[in-house]
Design a protein around this ligand. Structure first.
Ligand SMILES: [Zn+2]
Ligand SMILES: [Zn+2]
Length: 242
């Protein structure tokens, strides 16, 4: 059925590759050239970094699955997801993310899926939250319900990618808050986002979910920033490929 809807939608809004913007057949998510250029990297299943920081940083989440490196064609696809309603990257990487979640044992006892929130102004501007879009795809595949009324983001906060790792931690700590009167007592939560860089945002959100009683918080992220490991102890090594 969704194939038929995609086919029909393609007549009105022709399908484009989210990396290079070329027209592609309705049943593809990236063009062949871009897909064949995708790079592979491995990420630590606990901290979600390509250069593990588990020993040096206190992170409040219990594990993190990352589907792909935030590099090259994949990075362009994720930027389209973030800013231009280009949902193909989420559709493409969701099955891989679900396989990892399963492999790492995150989905077994999961009760709720949620997403890193966006502030109201940004949400009104874009009309969607890509992290919620990812959460819904995962929810459908692993049959665990979504709840997006757990975390809130305050209106003004600094632009994350312009901050150092330390500044990010501080900004993240001030940016998020829980919904009132929510309880997650004893629950296992899967927290979704599009990109992990230092893990500060996910850690702060996980901390809030735990303050509501969550027993475990596992993260599921489409792409991970690749660090060269120069300053791995601070989780602020040089970002490559941007
Ligand atoms: Zn392409
Ligand atoms: Zn690690």
């Amino acid at each position: 059925m969704s194939g038929l809807i995609d086919w029909a939608a393609d007549l009105i809004y022709p399908n484009r590759c989210p990396s290079c913007d070329r027209f592609i057949p309705w049943d593809r998510l990236f063009c062949e050239e871009c897909e064949s250029a995708f790079e592979e990297r491995s990420f630590c299943p606990k901290c979600g970094m390509n250069v593990c920081v588990c020993e040096s940083r206190e992170l409040y989440y219990d594990g993190c699955a990352v589907a792909a490196p935030y590099l090259g064609e994949i990075r362009r696809g994720v930027l389209a997801l973030k800013y231009h309603r280009g949902f193909n990257a989420a559709k493409y990487f969701a099955p891989r993310l679900c396989r990892l979640i399963d492999e790492y044992g995150f989905s077994g006892g999961a009760d709720i899926i949620t997403a890193v929130p966006m502030n109201r102004a940004r949400r009104a501007q874009t009309g969607y939250n890509q992290a919620e879009y990812i959460a819904k795809l995962i929810s459908k595949r692993i049959s665990v319900p979504c709840d997006f009324k757990l975390l809130k983001k305050k209106l003004s906060s600094a632009i994350q990618h312009e901050l150092s790792a330390e500044e990010r931690m501080k900004a993240a700590a001030e940016a998020y808050s829980p919904y009132k009167n929510k309880s997650l007592a004893g629950k296992t939560v899967i927290l979704c986002d599009d990109i992990i860089t230092t893990g500060s945002t996910l850690s702060e959100c996980a901390k809030i979910l735990k303050s509501l009683g969550a027993k475990k918080v596992y993260c599921a992220v489409i792409s991970g920033t690749v660090l060269d490991g120069a300053d791995k102890n601070k989780g602020s090594g040089k970002i490559v490929g941007t």
